[in-house]
Design a protein around this ligand. Structure first.
Ligand code: SF4
Length: 353
């Protein structure tokens, strides 16, 4: 990784270790009714298949908490219980065997209740993620900072941290999310040097697939480039599968992890002499069926084409109604335009076998 990653403690969420040099994990959240065990398990399986590494489920009531044990037994990735305010739901979730809790200790009432949750979590080795959200920031901090500011969010998070530290609880992960990219960046920038706990990052309520992709990519990438982020969750008003795909895509685009083939294709211009856009789309669809992280270039002409194609494992550089195919910098074929996809796919298949 080319970015100078922030040093942090290691916290284990089930069998996924986060922080320090561990891979930055991709997290998502179910949007099924957690009480519907079959539907929730089905969705988690689909998300796992798409590359989700940690899953979080909302626990709005006791029936949902009681469903967690059975859900956990039927899935293969760590399960986080997302709880607001009710310490009994936290205790039941721990009893059901969840791998982590997302709960803010300052919001669950008396010191005695906090102790009960922290002790039960400690006994079972269950980490707690403190998740500050701009939309539900405590009034005390809003008043102190005259609004929902990054400093207010960071101080809120630190206040929850101190509650756990006072109970000698150290398996902590922190997140501070806002729907504003600059505010989120600043909140993490404030807190990052003050604690050694792993940081979970994301832009919350970022929008639909299109607008949310822009905001999430901008925010998460900026944080990653500053070495901040040990787990990521993209939040979209869309199928959570899209969150996982985008989360992985961001990590891959930032060259932090590689999961899938990478397509390099040019924007086309007045020099393009082959019909490149449908060709690039065809290649992209083919690459979607492959999980090996190879680099494939689809370039419109010989100006930049051979250069990019040389750098790729395999690539096409277009000419007038024809194209060259390069593999590891060597021209391996010249073919008329209509033959290019077939030839390229055959060569890619050879590489990945
Ligand atoms: Fe234009 Fe060639 Fe660059 Fe594509 S690779 S944008 S066709 S100059």
């Amino acid at each position: 990784m080319i970015y100078n990653r922030r040093k942090s403690n290691i916290v284990s969420i089930g069998n996924v270790a986060i922080g320090e040099d561990n891979p930055i994990a991709v997290e998502s959240m179910t949007n099924t009714d957690t009480r519907d065990i079959a539907a929730t398990v089905r969705q988690i399986h689909k998300l796992t298949e798409a590359g989700c590494e940690i899953i979080r489920a909302a626990v709005p009531d006791m029936q949902a908490a009681e469903a967690l044990g059975e859900i956990k037994r039927q899935i293969n990735i760590p399960l986080i219980a997302d709880i607001h305010f009710d310490y009994r739901l936290a205790l039941e979730s721990i009893k059901q065997g969840v791998d982590s809790l997302r709960i803010n200790p300052g919001n669950i009432g008396s010191h005695e209740r906090v102790c009960l949750v922290a002790n039960a979590a400690k006994e079972r080795g269950v980490p707690i993620r403190i998740g500050v959200n701009a939309g539900s920031l405590e009034q005390t901090f809003i008043d102190k900072y005259s609004g929902v500011t990054p400093a207010a969010m960071a101080e809120s998070a630190l206040s929850h941290v101190r509650i756990l530290e006072d109970l000698d609880f150290g398996q902590i992960v922190i997140s501070m999310k806002s729907s504003s990219v600059p505010k989120t960046l600043e909140a993490y920038r404030i807190i990052a040097p003050q604690v050694a706990y792993p940081l979970h990052i994301g832009i919350t309520e970022s929008g639909t697939l299109h607008s949310g992709t822009i905001k999430s990519t901008a925010g998460i990438s900026a944080l990653l480039s500053h070495g901040i982020g040990d787990t990521i969750r993209v939040s979209l008003t869309a199928d959570p599968i899209e969150e996982v795909k985008l989360g992985r895509g961001i990590l891959q685009a930032m060259e932090i992890r590689r999961f899938n083939p990478e397509l390099v294709s040019c924007p086309t211009c007045g020099r393009t002499e082959i019909d490149l856009i449908p060709l690039a789309q065809q290649v992209e669809a083919f690459l979607a069926t492959i999980s090996k992280p190879i680099k494939v270039a689809v370039m419109g002409c010989v100006v930049n084409g051979p250069g990019e194609a040389r750098d790729a494992d395999i690539g096409i550089a277009g000419g007038k109604g024809e194209g060259l195919i390069f593999a590891k910098g060597q021209i391996i074929a010249k073919a008329p335009e209509h033959k290019l996809p077939e030839l390229l796919f055959a060569e890619i298949t050879k590489i990945i076998e």
